[in-house]
Unconditional design. Structure first.
Length: 368
């Protein structure tokens, strides 16, 4: 069976689609799974177990100069690559006009079908062409996590039950991380390094600089070094401001997505805002606390790696929330408050996650 996944962007959404690929692999071990994605995220998809071929496109770039000779040539090359195979199933996991166009252009094998979403789920975008292109439109609950939505769509398309385990299948190569990053904790005699992911595409998702500084000081006092990734000049300024004067803080150089994934994999954990890097931390099964200024963790925050486990709610600032029976042993948690979570709430969540991950004789990881 040949299957094409269409999930073009963005970074967090691409990560959220990876468990669906692992589900398909479990149900159909011999399936060939190809994936169409924006070129900027292609390096990450190439690390997803079970993906046979990554077909990169640049729709974001092409639509800025739609009628130029360069765009027309690039579009022809993309279309040629897309149509090299005839697929038994084309799965549009995005539900937008641009993903519908790609699904429509893909060639089907005799008897092949296109599958997509029947409509919008809460907090997610949906455009009607996605429904028109699909031979089979799958209805999912309106209130559903982004990961679960993709898994339910694929399960309905291929007639299997969503598996109990929920691996992402994202591979990282810790040995390939830059040496200056990989060895910093060992050289300083620290317990490990915690990456602080402060960068986000939306200003209303940011956490105050003073909070990051206070959290970094707490981590240093607890024996953890602090690593500060960044993806722009503005984010680099924030990283430098957080690191300034701290005994154990390292501002990472700006890294490509491949190298950044390897670097994150060397960390003892990640604390970050709702962003693509935080979702990568979840996929790598790192100890993780995700910070929310909006009550949307139910849709994009960390889920248990067991699909049948109780679904976590956002951890409120009140300490009582930290003792919810479905959460106190989780290795990944979300913290939500308005206008923004306090340092105390985030630190309490980190201590809980840290205890769950490192209290035993060794670190326990669920295989990807």
């Amino acid at each position: 069976m040949k299957i094409l996944i269409v999930k073009l962007s963005s970074l967090g959404d691409v990560v959220h689609a990876m468990p669906a690929v692992q589900d398909i692999r479990q149900a159909y071990p011999d399936a060939q799974i190809d994936w169409v994605v924006e070129r900027g995220f292609a390096p990450l998809v190439r690390r997803c177990k079970g993906v046979h071929r990554v077909i990169a496109c640049e729709l974001r770039h092409w639509r800025q100069d739609l009628f130029s000779a360069q765009t027309r040539q690039a579009w022809r090359l993309f279309k040629t690559e897309l149509q090299l195979e005839h697929y038994d199933a084309v799965i549009d996991l995005q539900g937008l006009s641009k993903s519908a166009l790609v699904a429509w252009l893909a060639r089907l094998a005799p008897g092949g079908k296109r599958y997509g979403l029947a409509g919008r789920s809460e907090g997610s975008s949906f455009e009607a062409p996605a429904r028109w292109v699909a031979h089979v439109a799958v209805k999912v609950p309106e209130h559903i996590h982004a990961v679960t939505r993709s898994r339910e769509l694929c399960a309905a398309a291929f007639h299997y039950t969503v598996p109990f385990l929920m691996p992402y299948g994202l591979l990282a190569h810790e040995n390939h991380a830059p040496k200056a990053i990989k060895n910093v904790a060992f050289k300083a005699g620290l317990k490990g390094v915690v990456a602080l992911v402060h960068g986000t595409s939306r200003a209303d998702k940011e956490w105050p600089l003073a909070h990051w500084r206070e959290l970094a000081l707490l981590l240093n006092a607890a024996g953890f070094g602090v690593a500060l990734p960044h993806g722009s000049a503005t984010e680099e300024e924030v990283s430098n401001a957080i690191a300034s004067g701290l005994p154990h803080a390292q501002v990472w150089p700006r890294l490509a997505l491949d190298s950044l994934t390897n670097a994150l994999a060397t960390c003892a954990g990640v604390i970050g805002v709702d962003s693509g890097l935080s979702h990568i931390a979840v996929a790598l099964d790192l100890a993780h606390v995700q910070i929310y200024n909006f009550d949307t963790a139910w849709r994009t925050g960390p889920l248990p790696l067991l699909s049948g486990a109780p679904q976590p709610q956002s951890v409120p600032q009140r300490p009582v929330g930290l003792h919810h029976p479905s959460q106190h042993t989780l290795r990944q948690r979300s913290v939500y408050a308005q206008p923004t979570p306090s340092v105390d709430a985030v630190w309490a969540a980190w201590e809980s996650v840290n205890a769950a991950c490192f209290s035993g004789p060794g670190r326990t990881r669920v295989p990807g």
